[in-house]
Design a protein around this ligand. Structure first.
Ligand code: GLU
Length: 418
């Protein structure tokens, strides 16, 4: 990851671009650009050897005009206050573009989870849940998984919250395992929306997805599911990377076999279906029809953007392009499906999980996937309509125009208190 852009400044410039199309008042735009509150806390946790360690943790509640704050919690050594603020803001505009009744929030702990045992991670997670308890709740703020967190962590947070509150409230958190109140289809949802959005973009651009070549940067939950599903749609996945490096086969490879190899060995490199090893940058600049960045922020900066050869980019990661890279790619006519739409499947199925939790009535995977499909297609259509009616070149700006208008309407129609 390059650190060429501060993600919070990237978010603010994306909001400015859309606000100028809408001609919004400056004081409203200022509100849309800043979080309502940020919790910063130091968790003191006992390690297995009896020593104590402190972990810095954040939860940013960016905007609640459209509903409870909603967004994941990530565990990563590079988590920072500005990153969490940015990610929480992106959640506001993500929930708005898919029109689900949530605001935006995000949390993170500064930790390298690979360096700790399961019981240490459980204590860290439960310590954070204790800190979060007064701020979260199914009508207040609903955390979820993000980078390096998953069902296990969500189950621990739910259990801590319910134990302390002497209640059962599974809707306090989403992304739980199915036997702890999670939803069918939630794990696959981010990768699924990434490829549904890509399919819609190909159709809009009158390009054929059948036989299209695809490169995927990042082979975690979002990246590898996107690779698997796009392969099932008839495209050819030719390259992928993880932190160990990239793999390449011009004739394509089986994304599931690549994932099995990664599960067995801990890394993609040396996968037998690969013809050639590539660097992460070579994967990002490969001559393919579709590029799916599925790792961290700022993967593509201005310098790399000039070398990108893909025609379409579907952003499975949050914030993978710096604003400068985004401008360069728009000028070069690369169609970028913005993160707030492409990866919105995760939070959309989180919404379905929350609805199921509140109704105590659970859906089939087929129903989850059908409802997700409808929401992503509708959001893509609203983006295209705005692109055309406002004569906007950058699809990201069009997405923000749709979503900012929804947030601004919710704020203005409720009035402010006091
Ligand atoms: N962390 C995911 C995202 O960035 C999912 C958030 C959620 O499900 O609330 O969209």
């Amino acid at each position: 990851m390059s650190d060429s852009a501060n993600p919070f400044e990237s978010l603010q410039s994306q909001i400015d671009d859309a606000a100028s199309v809408l001609g919004l008042d400056d004081d409203l735009v200022t509100r849309l650009k800043h979080p309502e509150r940020v919790l910063e806390t130091n968790l003191t946790v006992e390690l297995d050897d009896g020593s104590l360690e402190q972990f810095r943790a954040f939860r940013s509640q960016f905007n609640g005009d459209r509903g409870p704050y909603k967004g994941g919690i990530r565990y990563h050594p590079q988590v920072s206050r500005d990153e969490v603020k940015a990610l929480s803001g992106w959640m506001v505009y993500k929930t708005a573009i898919v029109d689900i009744p949530f605001g935006g929030g995000k949390g993170g702990i500064v930790i390298d989870p690979t360096a700790y045992s399961t019981s240490e991670l459980e204590r860290v997670t439960r310590a954070f849940a204790v800190e979060l308890r007064p701020f979260i709740g199914e009508d207040r703020d609903i955390p979820a998984p993000d980078v390096n967190t998953g069902q296990r962590e969500m189950n621990w947070i739910k259990d801590t919250y319910e134990t302390l509150e002497h209640t059962t409230e599974p809707g306090v958190i989403t992304g739980k395992s199915v036997d702890s109140g999670g939803s069918e289809g939630r794990v696959e949802a981010t990768g699924r929306s990434t490829v549904i959005a890509a399919r819609e973009a190909f159709e809009y651009l009158e390009k054929d997805l059948e036989g299209a070549t695809v490169a995927v940067q990042g082979y975690g939950n979002a990246g590898w599911i996107a690779a698997k599903l796009i392969d099932e749609m008839g495209a050819t996945v030719v390259a992928a990377s993880d932190s160990s490096g990239g793999i390449y086969n011009p004739d394509g490879f089986d994304p599931v076999a690549a994932k099995d190899h990664k599960n067995e060995t801990g890394a993609l490199v040396d996968f037998e279906g690969s013809e050639e090893k590539l660097t992460n940058e070579e994967v990002l600049t490969l001559d393919v029809d579709l590029l799916i960045p599925a790792a961290l922020e700022n993967a593509i900066d201005a310098e790399l953007a000039t070398d990108v050869q893909a025609d379409v980019i579907s952003e499975a990661a949050n914030g993978p392009l710096t604003p400068e890279a985004d401008r360069i790619l728009t000028d070069r006519d690369v169609f970028v499906i913005p993160d707030i739409l492409a990866n919105a499947g995760g939070v959309t199925v989180s919404y379905f999980e929350w609805v199921q939790n509140r109704q105590r009535f659970y859906w089939t995977e087929e129903r989850v996937n059908d409802e997700l499909e409808a929401i992503i297609v509708e959001a893509f259509d609203s983006l295209v309509e705005t692109l055309e009616t406002h004569d906007i070149e950058n699809p990201r700006t069009a997405a923000y125009v749709v979503s900012i208008q929804r947030v601004a309407d919710a704020f203005e129609k409720s009035g402010s208190f006091p």
